[in-house]
Design a protein around this ligand. Sequence first.
Ligand code: AMP
Ligand code: MG
Length: 417
Amino acid sequence: MIPVEEALEKILNNVSILEPESKPIMESLGQVMAEDACSNVTIPPLDNSAMDGYAVQWESIKGASDSNKIELEVIGEVAAGYIYEGEVIPGTAVRIMTGAPVPHGADTVVQFEHTDEEDRKNIARSSKEIGILREPEKGRNVRKAGEDVTKGDTVLTKGTVLRPQEIGVLASLGYAEVKVVRRPVIAIMATGDELVDVGQPLPSGKIYNSNAYSTAAQVLRYGGIPHILGIGADNREALSKMIIKAMDADMLLTSGGVSMGDYDIVKEVLADHGSIGFWSVYMKPGKPLAFGILEHEGKKVPHLGFPGNPVSTMVTFEQFARPAIMKMLGKTDFAKPTVKAISESRFKNTDGRRLYARGTVAKRDEKYYVRSTGPQGSGILTSMTKANGLVIVPENTDGVHEGDEVMVQMLDWEGER
Ligand code: AMP
Ligand code: MG
């Protein structure tokens, strides 16, 4: 048996970062930049106003207060997107809106609230003058050209994962497209004569194929492109044919057929099509795990074969397929958020392997607590729907007792925890 970490290392050694592609920025969320983003523009391009108010020379309003109102001549108005061509000289002001370039000669903007503009409206006094009621510091409410970005700057570097804010920054630089590491296409095959696809009637003795869908959804969640090949019957010819269809993908994920049963022939078929490692991993669920390289007409595709039990498939995906997909995407941090929680349940470890138990984490009084979702059989897929984390029950112990501190790998991280 090999430890989880060793299995993961071997898998990661056999996958590499994919090539770059150019994508419209709106289609690149979650992808990794394959080039630096340099700026052809300065942001903001000109000194501009941070407030609606009056652009003035600070010297003109020195000493202004409620009891010492200073009146200035209003010589014009400027809105965002326009340039005021004249010049602000001592004793004058230009009415200015947020984002509008500060007129030549002005160095300070006095916001409306610090003028008598409202009073003038009420008593219909001339709008040719404005009374200033405060003395702000010099330069107040003026956003300097280039305070965000200067032309020529490298604003985002290769390797950056694009979040909404990076996509916004790319848009601010005028990028319509961005070069990113392309998403891996992940072929998915479920195996088993007992499987029937969704939407079909269910004959006696059969079950619906859930693994292909939970796996495909996990692939999507972590940024891959799932390609469900379908159900492979438990015979060599059918599996061989289907496996060839995976050769256009970047990786093949299969479920089932890697145990010791009479019909567990995935590993044999895979051996016919390349090299296959068949591992016993020191974990539960998910002990039998196949990993190999399919070879066909000069192409090589890595393959991960999960055990068929629905919980095993999902848990082994999280530990092994997820990091592999992330590596192909160009990501370097594969860790899932993990919290230390106080256990409110007893999680038994009966055979020493590291147990990934389904748990529900909640935060109370600034501490995390975790309790079992109930029966932990690896066929009980609804246990995953109740869980928001996998409780990592350490190997070579008799498990976790109530009150013990335990690490929980969070499956989801939404809301306040
Ligand atoms: P296997 O690993 O092929 O021996 O399968 C282990 C268990 O998982 C069996 O009870 C299978 O019926 C079940 N199983 C295998 N594949 C799937 C699947 N795609 N969807 C739901 N259950 C499955
Ligand atoms: Mg099977």
